[in-house]
Design a protein around this ligand. Structure first.
Ligand SMILES: C[S@@+](CC[C@H](N)C(=O)[O-])C[C@H]1O[C@@H](n2cnc3c(N)ncnc32)[C@H](O)[C@@H]1O
Length: 357
């Protein structure tokens, strides 16, 4: 279901039960939007890092091998990707591993956490050379040690928004009338925002994602119980703060979040302070968050870029360098995107997260 169908369904729900939370609106739209499958790349609505340059998935693949070493080189490891999109990251990762350490492929099983049947079908095509199992969520993963990865997965999970009013922080809701969605505010304060932000001016918006919190809790527990690690890459901020980051992208441009729901990608910046605090409170060790550009350089982006440029025409070299620059430079994705890892406490560090002295 997409476009007018999701509009009708949400309008009916609001007419029956009253305005819905921003999180409920975002969840319904994300499910509808990703069910179409035609979302990535030049002909879609947005471009993600694995679609910008093959080095992104390749370096993450080789990072998984270093994580496996840090975990004590178990005889078998589950490589789990959350929200794999077209499957490009995993395909590049597996190809790089196969070229550098082919024996590792015999120890690894691939698991993809993906709800969209259309995207599962694209992933099946791209990863046809490998045995892959799909899951709706993390609860059905087979027992065993694991490495969880996810690029732009957490930003797709629903956020609640709260507006500062004279009475306190009231949940922001989505209403529908005269064929249009609009924001409204719950009449009573919700006691979910801590007093750090009590001085925020009336009209301020703050976001909180219970879905991110629950997902990170589950990942942290898996890392501890099964002696595994998780690596999440996303755009977001390192300090929880007031501000509205909910956004929609259509045809590579910003799109009003309440217009034509289901036809644009809807996301929110990830609150990495919440991710880190949630994982720590579950007993996990947290590495990062650090900027994507710094992390990619530390794990070998320049070396891989030089290899790719060798023997290429000057025009191809320019294209390769532009793509890698987009991943690393501050003007591209280098500083807005952050990388964070969760691990059991006994893991001191992981590649790319070394503390600078
Ligand atoms: C922005 S895309 C990122 C795709 C890919 N990782 C990349 O970098 O190209 C978000 C992905 O998360 C998936 N997704 C969103 N919400 C999900 C959920 N609750 N459970 C599982 N997958 C979800 C989408 O279907 C899609 O594959």
């Amino acid at each position: 279901m997409s476009g007018p169908d999701i509009t009708g369904e949400l309008a009916d729900q609001i007419a029956k039960d009253g305005p819905i939370s921003v999180a409920a609106y975002m969840k319904a739209i994300a499910e509808s939007y990703y069910s179409s499958g035609h979302v990535f790349g030049k002909d879609g609505d947005f471009v993600t890092a694995p679609e910008v340059s093959q080095i992104f998935g390749e370096l993450i693949g080789l990072w998984c091998v270093t994580a496996w070493q840090a975990l004590g080189q178990p005889r078998h490891i589950n490589i789990v990707e959350c929200g794999p999109g077209r499957g490009t990251l995993m395909a590049d990762a597996m190809r790089a591993i196969g070229e550098v350490i082919p024996a590792f492929l015999n120890t690894a099983s691939i698991h993809l956490v993906e709800q969209s049947p259309a995207l599962r079908s694209q992933q099946r095509t791209l990863l046809r050379a490998y045995d892959v199992e799909w899951h709706d969520d993390l609860s059905t993963l087979p027992y065993g040690q694991l490495i969880i990865i996810g690029n732009e997965f957490l930003d797709a999970l629903p956020v609640h928004q709260y507006e500062r009013t004279a009475a306190g922080w009231c949940e922001r809701l989505v209403s529908y009338s005269s064929c249009e969605f609009s924001f409204t505010t719950a009449p009573f304060p919700a006691n979910v925002i801590d007093d750090t932000f009590d001085d925020a001016p009336v009209g301020s918006i703050i976001e909180h994602s219970g879905a991110v919190e629950d997902t990170v809790k589950e990942m942290a527990q898996l890392c501890i119980d099964r002696h595994g690690v998780a690596l999440m890459i996303d755009y977001g901020h390192t300090q929880s703060d007031i501000g509205e980051t909910l956004q929609a992208m259509k045809d590579h441009s910003y799109h009003p979040v309440l217009k034509d729901p289901g036809t644009a990608d809807i996301t929110a910046h990830v609150d990495f302070a919440l991710v880190a605090q949630t994982a720590r409170s579950e007993g996990a060790s947290v590495l990062g968050p650090i900027e994507q550009g710094v992390w990619l350089r530390r794990i070998g982006a320049s070396v891989r870029e030089a290899q790719l440029c060798a023997d290429k025409t000057p025009e191809t070299v320019v294209t390769i360098k532009e793509s890698v620059g987009r991943l690393i430079d501050a003007e591209g994705m280098g500083t807005l995107f952050k990388v964070i890892a969760l691990a059991p406490r006994e893991i001191g560090s992981l590649a790319g997260f070394e503390v600078e002295r």
